[in-house]
Design a protein around this ligand. Structure first.
Ligand SMILES: Cc1ncc(COP(=O)(O)O)c(C=O)c1O
Length: 485
């Protein structure tokens, strides 16, 4: 289809013609009508179609080039710039190159699992839940198993309002949508907010479960590098000037996979930019409670006075993943779209589980549990750091996260992560390769090691195996290797 003939130029306007034309083309690029690497019409063709001078077109193309949205190839023509990082559109073109990505690994009781970020089942608060389960059954009888309203059980939404006050988030029960886990939250937000070809921004690297959802919507993903104190702000602003993302997906604490957390300064800047460029931020809070530092964590949503943040809370890591329960807090204009996406997805989250969880929150049983697991994981974290330093000091570098359930390790350049993963697998040790966490298969020299599902004995044993495998790989490599010394 020839989109160019629809361009209307006003010769009487004070805005120069080249700028009007440039802005019209810019609009096509932003909306994805003109895809990256599309060749623009030749100067003569466009000038004759729009009945304007060649010079006007030349100037319009120059104007777009200065904005960075097109590039000229000498002797060939002018093309739409690729998006800042790799963009996947349409979906699912990722190479699946390790067994770990295929997720077909058999886990036996001897497996040392550094890949899972799910807590071990012996830490689940089963006794507390037994008590509230019975109370709900006695109290609500058959009602506990009826269909629930799609937005969520009103009592639970009310108790979440109180619960959120502990985190500095003030909201109303009307703004809360109950979801069957954060993964569903990401999915219904994508259904509510994204059309095929829409652009969204993510941190690079990021959670692969979110990437998969966005790809399935046929969205175009722009990856913005993450630094140890949050997203790269100047780059984010550069991209916001060019593209008009539907939202920015981020994790403010113990980001998956890096473990990085945002500084207060970057959180404020991010909020300012969302306001300035009129976009939303999806804050995925899957883990902020596991804080091993003395400083309290402040969710981005607690600083969001201009209603730019959609906050997703998961209870999978801090309570039990099998509950399949979470919630999101969204700005009012989005609520109806979200509700309708939730309704078409699964009508409602389990009525029984919502009532049970409501009572669990009202009795404040969660406070003791979170304290308990935070202490346990803090000890494991210390043990993990100690053993990484003991066994892998020469082979990896990392930033201490002071919270969460994993570390993001950069390997010395000569170690192939894929070979390392495969060799470890044959020794019943599993780890997550960095390439899982980006659309562009970057981060091939990184691994994520988690201590969620391993005890202190397994940590020491597993890290020693990793050291032995790395040393063997170095010994067998044709060129000599310089470890980080
Ligand atoms: C960052 C992140 N968001 C969301 C999820 C999904 O959580 P849920 O079990 O609540 O669906 C995960 C699971 O690991 C995760 O790591």
């Amino acid at each position: 289809m020839n989109h160019f003939v629809s361009i209307q130029l006003d010769k009487k306007s004070k805005t120069p013609l080249y700028k009007q034309l440039g802005d019209a083309l810019y609009n096509f690029i932003q909306k994805g009508v003109l895809k990256p690497n599309t060749k623009l019409p030749t100067i003569r063709t466009l000038a004759s179609q729009l009945k304007i001078n060649n010079v006007t077109v030349v100037n319009a193309y120059k104007y777009l080039e200065n904005k960075g949205v097109v590039y000229a190839q000498i002797g060939s023509g002018t093309y739409v710039s690729p998006l800042p990082s790799e963009i996947i559109s349409p979906p699912i073109s990722r190479k699946i190159d390790t067994d770990i990505q295929l997720k077909q690994i058999t886990i036996t009781k001897n497996t040392i699992n550094f890949a899972s970020i799910s807590p071990t089942t012996n830490l689940f608060p089963v006794e507390d839940f037994k008590e509230v389960f019975n109370q709900v059954l006695e109290r609500d009888k058959g009602d506990a198993f009826s269909y629930q309203e799609s937005q969520g059980y009103y009592g639970l939404r009310e108790s979440i309002v109180d619960y959120l006050k502990n985190y500095g988030i003030n909201t109303k029960s009307d703004n809360i949508q109950i979801i069957s886990g954060a993964q569903q939250g990401i999915d219904i937000l994508s259904k509510a907010l994204l059309q095929f070809g829409d652009i969204l921004f993510v941190e690079q690297p990021t959670y692969h479960g979110a990437i998969a959802v966005f790809q399935n919507r046929g969205a175009r993903i722009v990856e913005i590098p993450l630094e140890s104190d949050g997203i790269n702000i100047p780059l984010l602003e550069d991209y916001l000037k060019i593209y008009n993302p539907k939202f920015i997906y981020m994790m403010s604490y113990y980001q998956n996979p890096t473990g990085y957390s945002y500084s207060l300064n970057k959180k404020r800047k991010l909020l300012d930019l969302a306001e300035k460029y009129n976009t939303y931020i999806i804050e995925d809070d899957y883990l902020s409670d596991l804080n091993y530092s003395k400083e309290p964590n402040i969710p981005l949503k607690a600083l969001d006075h201009r209603n730019r943040v959609i906050y997703i809370k998961s209870f999978s890591k801090i309570l039990m993943p099998g509950l399949r329960l979470g919630f999101l807090v969204a700005p009012k204009p989005l609520l109806n779209h979200i509700l309708s996406a939730k309704h078409t997805t699964d009508i409602s989250t389990s009525s029984f589980i919502q009532r049970v969880f409501d009572l669990y929150l009202r009795k404040e049983l969660w406070k003791n549990h979170i304290n308990k697991i935070c202490n346990i994981y803090n000890k494991r974290y210390d043990c993990f750091i100690h053993n990484i330093n003991k066994y892998l000091d020469n082979y990896v570098t990392y930033t201490k996260p002071n919270g969460g359930l994993s570390l993001w390790l950069k390997l010395i350049p000569s170690i192939s992560t894929k070979t390392l993963c495969d060799k470890l697998l044959s020794k019943d040790v599993i780890i997550s390769p960095g390439s899982l966490f980006s659309t562009s298969q970057n981060f091939s020299s990184f691994i994520r090691l988690s201590f969620a599902a391993v005890d202190e004995k397994e940590i020491e044993k597993g890290l020693k195996i990793i050291k032995d495998v790395i040393e063997k790989m170095i010994d067998n490599s044709p060129s000599s290797t310089t470890p980080f010394l």
